[in-house]
Design a protein around this ligand. Structure first.
Ligand code: IPE
Ligand code: IPE
Ligand code: MG
Length: 242
């Protein structure tokens, strides 16, 4: 039995894992490469981990790919990231049958190029028949933006007389989020050594376990995920109880 097989037995994987894919730029700098080379390597790490999550039986994998704040970066870097995303989605559409993964996109996609928006819509529509594994891509995503977007949608329905303000509950508010229908992540992993949330899943992380790791995202491999899951199992989740 390999170490991985042992871990699958010892530590059942959480149903929903979320990852802040951070450290691409530092990885590239360490090698004297342009930042986009780091993002390319980060894309490969994502493929590795998505495949491994399937082996582990993880149902939902949510990845932070581009934040509402990442537009502050140089135009060259932003367009490099967008190109990589388009290429990835093109491939995913081609290999859809083989992979049988459902795609969802969390974030305000209207700011993306029409081509990229179309790829996202197509990937979401064409993969909606798969139910075993779901990858949620956070693209132009911000936790605060998500809450504003939800509040506006609810207010609009109130204005139209479809809803009453008193009806609003935590559950109902959740249904207006980009993540509607997806259970909250049990585990949120941030590689790269930073210990902050950076506007990721602000509502959904209420009771998530956070695991911060010193590895840079392009170097992140199955053994790192094993380690994060093992750490998750060492935690004592009380949810406010005793
Ligand atoms: C994460 O890596 C990728 C995105 C934010 C798009 P970074 O590009 O933030 O890498 P560092 O933090 O500069 O190393
Ligand atoms: C968070 O990383 C966003 C993504 C990984 C997409 P950042 O690199 O943008 O976060 P900060 O700037 O270190 O907080
Ligand atoms: Mg970063």
């Amino acid at each position: 039995m390999t170490q991985t097989d042992k871990n699958i037995k010892k530590y059942p994987a959480p149903e929903h894992i979320a990852i802040i894919m951070d450290g691409n730029g530092r990885w590239a700098r360490q090698r004297g490469l342009p930042r986009t080379a780091g993002h390319k390597a980060g894309g490969e790490a994502f493929r590795r981990i998505a495949n491994y999550c399937r082996t582990l039986g993880v149902k939902y994998l949510t990845v932070y790919a581009f934040s509402t704040e990442n537009w502050k970066r140089s135009q060259e870097e932003v367009s490099g990231i967008m190109k990589l995303l388009a290429r990835y989605l093109d491939e995913a559409l081609r290999d859809m049958e083989k992979n049988a993964v459902a795609f969802r996109f969390f974030g305000d996609l209207t700011r993306l190029s029409p081509e990229l928006q179309k790829l996202c819509r197509e990937a979401e529509e064409r993969s909606s028949r798969y139910h075993e594994v779901q990858v949620n891509f956070c693209l132009n995503y911000g936790g605060r933006d998500e809450l504003v977007h939800a509040a506006k949608a609810f207010a609009q329905e109130v204005a139209e007389g479809k809803r009453q303000p008193e009806e609003l509950t935590e559950q109902l508010l959740s249904s207006y989020l980009y993540s509607a229908g997806v259970p909250d992540p049990e585990l949120i992993i941030r590689p790269s050594g930073e210990k902050r949330i950076s506007n990721f899943l602000l509502w959904q992380c209420a009771y998530s376990e956070f695991v911060y790791m010193n590895v840079l995202w392009p170097d992140f491999g199955p053994e790192d995920l094993d380690e994060a899951i093992a750490e998750y199992h060492r935690r004592n989740r009380r949810f406010g109880g005793v």
